[in-house]
Unconditional design. Structure first.
Length: 240
């Protein structure tokens, strides 16, 4: 499969039609998987959380986020940060098919003073969205860094915007885990049950110094990890 993907990836990347067709298929597949995985008892009340915390920064883990767009309540505009890599372009197209606006960039390993230009522009766009009353979503951990360890980019956005970071975890009882992937990417499968958990929100003071930013980064890591653990315990009593 890896060899086949290497052969077709470049032609697909150059074909807008092919990318559009694949994105449409994946969006429909995500909706189907959501419909065939009813929420388990004990899942969070997502509409209540939206009303309580919006506009908010929704934090997700890499590889555990694919079904999240189909579970988040609608009725309010939502932006999501997507990596600027070529492979992530398909993710952006799928999000748009699901009714989200994609902002290309990277959360970054450092604070706002050291972000690369693309990441800084994306954070500015997300802050403006929050200021306008829109929710935004970000992957909390760093691509190809330490999986399930929050980076400072999302904490920086919380400091700049004054809005809470709300950890969000999704799990399904039927799934395929790609064990060789750096983040243990989990593909949700149909005909099971699902769980959606909102973790303890994290607030970052506008005057937070480097030490406080690090404490908040650790707080987010713990909160999102706990939410993920609870989601998996609801669907099958185990860990991802």
């Amino acid at each position: 499969m890896k060899s086949f993907w290497r052969k077709i990836r470049k032609p697909l990347a150059q074909s807008r039609f092919a990318k559009g067709m694949i994105a449409t298929f994946l969006a429909h597949a995500s909706r189907f998987i959501r419909l065939t995985n009813p929420l388990a008892k004990g899942s969070s009340d997502l509409k209540q959380s939206q009303a309580e915390f919006s506009p908010a920064i929704i934090a997700l883990w890499h590889g555990q986020h694919f079904l999240a767009p189909c579970l988040l309540p609608r009725g309010q505009e939502m932006l999501a940060m997507v990596s600027r890599s070529a492979d992530a372009e398909l993710n952006a197209l799928v999000l748009e098919k699901l009714g989200f606006e994609a902002v290309r960039g990277s959360g970054g390993r450092e604070d706002s003073r050291h972000l690369e230009k693309g990441g800084a522009r994306a954070l500015i766009a997300l802050k403006r969205a929050l200021d306008a009353g829109k929710n935004v979503a970000m992957i909390a951990d760093i691509p190809h860094g330490t999986p399930r360890e929050a980076g400072l980019g999302i904490i920086t956005l919380a400091r700049l915007s004054g809005r809470p970071v709300v950890p969000f975890a999704v799990a399904t009882s039927r799934r395929k885990v790609l064990e060789n992937s750096w983040d243990k990417t989990t593909i949700n499968l149909p005909f099971g049950r699902s769980a959606a958990i909102i973790g303890e929100p994290v607030l970052v003071p506008a005057d937070a110094d480097a030490a406080e930013m690090e404490r908040k980064r650790q707080e987010l890591t713990a909160s999102l990890s706990q939410a993920t653990e609870k989601a998996y315990s609801l669907v099958d009593g185990g860990r991802p």
